[in-house]
Design a protein around this ligand. Structure first.
Ligand code: ARG
Length: 458
């Protein structure tokens, strides 16, 4: 007999049971479901809705059910549809009919919204902590590479040299904003929906604030319809997760490129690389590729949730059961990626000489030649044209700018003097960008200090 079987004259079709059940995936919520029930039953007795002794029996029963589920000794069945009714059934098996008092003044609708919030709260903490570890790893690489120069790119064409530390800190700031977004979302997640009932509240004299406090919520959802109907906190999480995945994916793309023979800028540690079943020489950046690849499923879950919700009238609709798998998968996907990310970054070997060679054999100091001419009062547009000619000449003669003789330079502009060789040296080019946020070493050191402060705060 179903817990709700009273008004039915025959059992549900087996296929209906299979189709509507969520126990195969919402059993992940068992711990939170029981945590919520313990707070609820405590409140029921405090408000004299059930007796103290019944409450005690139920609480003890719930704890016994929790241990059984945790030990894998409980049978969770599709006949009982979801985690909420499975727990209730197990409770009644444990303590008898008094267990049936637990659901007084409560619906699965406020219950499931509560479970989702309790689950997400814990996930937010874990993911933020893992992100801090990524920040620390990036920061460490930055600190170790304050003198490492590599080509900076636009359009994936060499543009201007930058410090590798500068590049690493760029990601520190991105991930720091991700943490900030997760932290900010906390105040919207951390509200208790319990007591909203099925949709309209309850006729029992419950104390919603008491339950909220017991479960360490900052307050209650003020409107019962809103409390059971919206999953905007799930959408917000999936959206924040999408941004994290996007940032991870961009860095992964760079790691993949940099570890190719074409770039040869880094080598990922053996422990964070994989081989080929056929080609003995291969060392593949599988982790970085897979993190990049899994971004797709995270975006997919965001789109899925938004689409599921878009046409739903208030209040609860069964469609909303679809909120779970995407959220669980996103949490697991992020945890998996982030746990690998910090050690992968920390152990990656930075090939300073190769990076420097790529800068030296390049025209990325061309802007500095133009800026030099501007310093001699040539309008920038004219300087740009002159340097374009110098670059063309150099390419045609198989040279880089620093290979030109002073006479050759002066054929293009008499304003060029022999100090040009100091100006065009890679380190000088980097240090010329001495502006707040720029790539000059002292400016990058400032950013490193700022990033350190942010990491401590996170
Ligand atoms: N398993 C359901 C879900 O995840 C729980 C709420 C069911 N409520 C209902 N009235 N059928 O959404």
């Amino acid at each position: 007999m179903k817990l709700w079987g009273g008004r039915f004259t025959k059992p549900t079709n087996q296929l209906v049971d299979e189709y509507t059940a969520s126990i195969s995936f919402d059993q992940k919520l068992a711990k939170y479901d029981i945590q919520g029930s313990l707070a609820h039953v405590d409140m029921l007795s405090k408000c004299r809705i059930i007796s103290e002794s019944d409450a005690k029996t139920i609480a003890n029963g719930l704890k016994a059910v929790a241990s059984k589920i945790e030990a894998g000794d409980a049978v969770l069945s599709e006949d009982n549809e979801d985690i909420h009714m499975n727990v209730e059934k197990l409770l009644i098996d444990e303590v008898g009919t008094v267990g049936g008092k637990l659901h007084t003044g409560r619906s699965r609708n406020d219950q499931v919204a509560l479970d989702m919030r309790l689950y997400l709260r814990e996930a937010l903490i874990t993911i933020s902590q893992l992100l801090v570890e990524v920040l620390q790893a990036l920061h460490k690489q930055a600190k170790a590479n304050l003198d490492t120069v590599l080509p900076g790119y636009t359009h994936l064409q060499r543009a201007q040299p930058v410090l590798f530390a500068h590049h690493m800190i760029a990601y520190v700031f991105m991930f720091q904003r991700d943490i900030e977004r997760l932290t900010d979302s906390w105040k919207r997640v951390n509200k208790s929906p319990l007591g909203a009932g099925a949709l309209a509240g309850t006729s029992f004299p419950i104390d919603r604030h008491y339950v909220a406090e017991k479960l360490h919520f900052d307050g209650i959802c003020e409107n019962s319809l809103d409390a059971v109907s919206d999953r905007d906190f799930v959408v917000e999480f999936l959206s924040n997760a999408s941004l994290i995945s996007m940032h991870l994916s961009r860095l992964c793309e760079e790691l993949v490129q940099w570890s190719s023979a074409e770039f040869n800028f880094i080598e990922l540690d053996d422990a964070f690389s994989t081989g080929s079943s056929m080609m003995p020489q291969k060392k593949n950046p599988d982790v970085a590729e897979l993190v990049r690849g899994k971004t797709g499923r995270v975006y997919g879950h965001l789109m899925g949730m938004l689409t599921t919700l878009k046409g739903l009238p208030l209040a609860y609709n069964k469609d909303m059961q679809e909120d779970k798998e995407g959220m669980f998968d996103t949490v697991e996907t992020l945890k998996g990626a982030l746990a690998l990310f910090a050690p992968m970054i920390e152990t990656m070997q930075v090939k300073k000489e190769e990076m420097y060679a790529a800068v030296a054999k390049d025209y990325s100091n061309a802007t500095d030649l133009a800026d030099y001419l501007v310093g001699k009062d040539l309008p920038f547009r004219e300087a740009h044209a002159v340097v374009g000619q110098v670059v063309l000449y150099s390419i045609q003669h198989n040279m880089y700018l620093l290979d030109l003789s002073l006479e050759e330079f002066q054929q293009f502009s008499p304003l060029i003097a022999k100090d040009i060789y100091d100006v065009l040296a890679p380190k000088a080019v980097v240090n010329a960008r001495n502006v707040a946020g720029g790539t000059a070493k002292n400016r990058v050191e400032d950013q490193l200090t700022a990033a350190e402060g942010l990491i401590k705060k996170s």
